[in-house]
Design a protein around this ligand. Structure first.
Ligand SMILES: Cc1ncc(COP(=O)(O)O)c(C=O)c1O
Length: 493
């Protein structure tokens, strides 16, 4: 199976018996490694130094290859066993979900057949599969029949592409001749709770991070429309031009959904591009019950929908969807070898993408959505939104915990209470310590962020396996980690 001197046949899937045997053998070894090395806890109890030193013993490129069983069993012991256990209900810090088995296993077909989504001659039918998929996703999100889209590696890339289109709308030809002088007056408006990738995109696009003007949020983390109007009036006074308004459907910290309809009105009145970052919230559209929470989504010029969050796809899987297919073309330069404009290829998806070579991730999405079905997926999302509301009630009723913002989608912000009269930074330090201790001991992965200037804890509930009993147990664990000193009035720090 290994070593020098063997021909290429067994190494590549070419229809030969040798290749098939090697494939089955390697798949068995991979599955054995995964199935027998489920991490024992949500996070490894080993520290960074131990993890690093364990990996240093693995030679990534030996002169002579090793047997699959040997490599996979070592990888199982050293790597897989010490990973984050994403199926564990106590792994609840990030928008980092377990994956549908069907999607994960279809990655094998993606890798083995290796279609490249840039040009029709590298992905003939795959091109149409992705095109069909993005049109389907756009329809689920309420966009009209003119809609189109492209898959990207994540929400950061989708937001970048959405804002590139906004920049194109503001100054036709910027992708060819660069930013015009007037671009110094261009501004992108988004809430203070928007994801960092919006500012990052403005930086990459040459507008500069400071071109992003934050709009204030309410107690739940939603953009305040009165503040948006105030900011817009301020831009007018200063002779600045809002080229894009970015709403968020599901903010990273409080899960808030901006008042999208009101934002759409403001964007339309100004001729600004309306982009919605629905990296988190897009999955609510699967459910008839939850879809009304996204009212106004259907008015966007572009939407970011991450499928590797609540749609339970393996990373990466995101989509940038546009209301009008035509807006997604024109920023890519034709290349003689690839997307030549001689009419021989009907569709080269590279014209829609910032990537050139690109994975056929549409396949895992299509296969897993078809097998799972919309209603079952909707059930998972509804369960998680209900679980999050229940988590909020449990926090509220817990004597040692304090709810910070009303849960809206899949996150709960809260804090461990510090003794009466503790200084603010003492409370912050307490919550920092709790989160760090739980992580270091491997017992729980709990989020920690800043909210209105204070350090707070966060649960992000994207694991459909989690139950209310799990969450109650996790909250007790967190309160316990804060220590008995809290009730006894022990000073902290
Ligand atoms: C609202 C929002 N937008 C965008 C992103 C970025 O997504 P990704 O990590 O897939 O790049 C995140 C990540 O958590 C997010 O919460």
């Amino acid at each position: 199976m290994t070593g020098a001197g063997t021909g290429p046949r067994q190494w590549f899937l070419d229809g030969s018996a040798e290749a098939e045997k090697n494939l089955r053998h390697t798949v068995d070894a991979v599955l054995d490694a995964v199935l027998s090395n489920d991490p024992p806890s949500p996070f490894p109890a080993l520290g960074p130094a131990e993890l690093r030193s364990a990996t240093e013993h693995v030679d990534p490129l030996p002169d002579i290859g090793c047997e699959p069983e040997r490599v996979l069993s070592e990888i199982g012991r050293v790597v897989l066993r010490h990973g984050v256990r994403v199926t564990d209900p106590y792994c609840a810090a990030h928008l980092h979900s377990p994956t549908l088995i069907t999607a994960a296993v279809t990655e094998l077909a993606i890798g083995l057949t290796n279609q490249s989504m840039d040009s029709f001659d590298q992905a003939p039918v795959a091109t149409y599969v992705e095109d069909l998929l993005v049109r389907t996703l756009a329809a689920v999100l309420g966009l009209p029949g003119t809609a189109s889209g492209v898959l990207t590696s994540g929400g950061t890339s989708s937001n970048l592409l959405g804002l590139l289109l906004a920049r194109e709308r503001a100054g036709t030809g910027t992708t060819v001749s660069g930013l015009p002088g007037e671009s110094r007056r261009w501004r992108v408006l988004t809430s203070a709770a928007a994801h960092i990738s919006v500012r990052q995109a403005a930086s990459v696009l040459g507008l500069g991070r400071d071109a992003v003007v934050p709009v204030g949020t309410d107690h739940a983390g939603r953009m305040r429309v009165d503040d948006l109007d105030r900011v817009l009036a301020g831009l007018d006074d200063a002779g600045l031009s809002p080229i894009a308004l970015v709403g968020t459907a599901g903010t990273t910290d409080s899960g808030a959904i901006d008042p999208l309809d009101a934002l759409a009105d403001r964007a339309a009145a100004r001729g600004a591009w309306f982009h919605i970052d629905a990296a988190v919230g897009s999955a609510l559209a699967l459910s008839e019950r939850l879809r009304p929470m996204l009212a106004g989504l259907e008015r966007a010029d572009s939407i970011t929908a991450d499928l590797h969050k609540l749609w339970w796809q393996p990373i990466g899987a995101s989509a940038l969807l546009v209301r009008n297919a035509g807006t997604l073309h024109g920023f890519r330069e034709p290349a003689d070898y690839l997307n030549r404009r001689d009419g021989t290829a009907e569709l080269d998806l590279v014209d829609r993408s910032l990537d050139t070579s690109r994975r056929f991730d549409a396949l895992k999405i299509l296969v897993s959505l078809r097998i799972t079905g919309r209603l079952r997926l909707a059930g998972f999302v509804e369960h998680l939104v209900d679980l999050t509301a229940e988590a909020g009630r449990l926090v509220d009723a817990h004597p040692q915990l304090e709810l910070i913002a009303p849960p809206q989608t899949v996150t709960v912000l809260f804090r461990c209470r510090a003794p009466e009269g503790s200084p603010v930074d003492g409370q912050d330090a307490l919550n920092t310590r709790v989160q760090r201790d739980l992580l270091a001991s491997g017992r729980a992965v709990v989020g920690r962020t800043r909210w209105k200037g204070r350090t707070v804890l966060k649960l992000t509930l994207v694991n459909p396996l989690a139950t209310a009993g799990d969450i109650a147990g996790l909250l007790d664990l967190i309160a316990g980690a804060a220590g008995p000193g809290i009730q006894e009035g022990m000073p902290y720090p």
